[in-house]
Write a protein that binds this ligand. Sequence first.
Ligand code: G3P
Ligand code: MG
Length: 247
Amino acid sequence: MIRPRLGWSLPRVFAHRCGGALAPENTLAGLRIAARMGVRAVEFDVMLSADGSPWLVHDERLERTTNGSGWVCETHDARLRTLEAGAHQHPAFLGEAIPTFESAALLCRQLGLLANVEIKPAAGFAALTGEVVARQVRELWAGAELPLVSSFSEEALLAARAAAPELPLGVLYEAPPEDWLTRINRVAALSLHCDAECLDDSVLSGARANGIPVLCYTVNEPLAAEALFRRGVMAVFSDRIDRVRDS
Ligand code: G3P
Ligand code: MG
């Protein structure tokens, strides 16, 4: 089986949800802060609006991170464009918008940030979200190193694989199931991503034996990150990019 590879070597730290805890999650401000902090790579979440357009949002509902309310998948682009997504973090970020996937991709490219795009489908939209994100990745990163595209949803990953067979994919779990390798092979994924608290050594040795890099979320203590790297974890997602450093 051919697993599309990354054109870049994995850094040890990805800023989680753009800029980790130093900025409102999944915002362009987060990308700018990550770049200013010298972080090489960022992770962010992508979900579809009611118009089928991809936006950077983690939750299916708008309340926690914006001044809007309701379901993202039932909210039209025209409304999403008016929402405020910064003030919940700190008044200094007042006026920060929900980024479109396109604006985030362009800024990553401009800032030289490597990316892990997490497909975050709302319930019932897994295949469509995978397909739309994959198509846009292909367009937005044309002529550049492709991002790593991951998801908890196997359905979304299969749709992404069908839409853009060249994409490097990662399979996300909380705790990897017994058959994680079969599932990774089914989508020809490159990497296994899981909750650092749920990683056991049998998974790590199976991954090593099969040449599958393991990436763990969310690791905010430098000592915890070091312990994971010693066990063989290749990279961590962190909210504390001021403390968990690449080198
Ligand atoms: O991709 C790693 C991590 O972001 C997965 O969890 O809920 O923060 O998207 P979540
Ligand atoms: Mg995520």
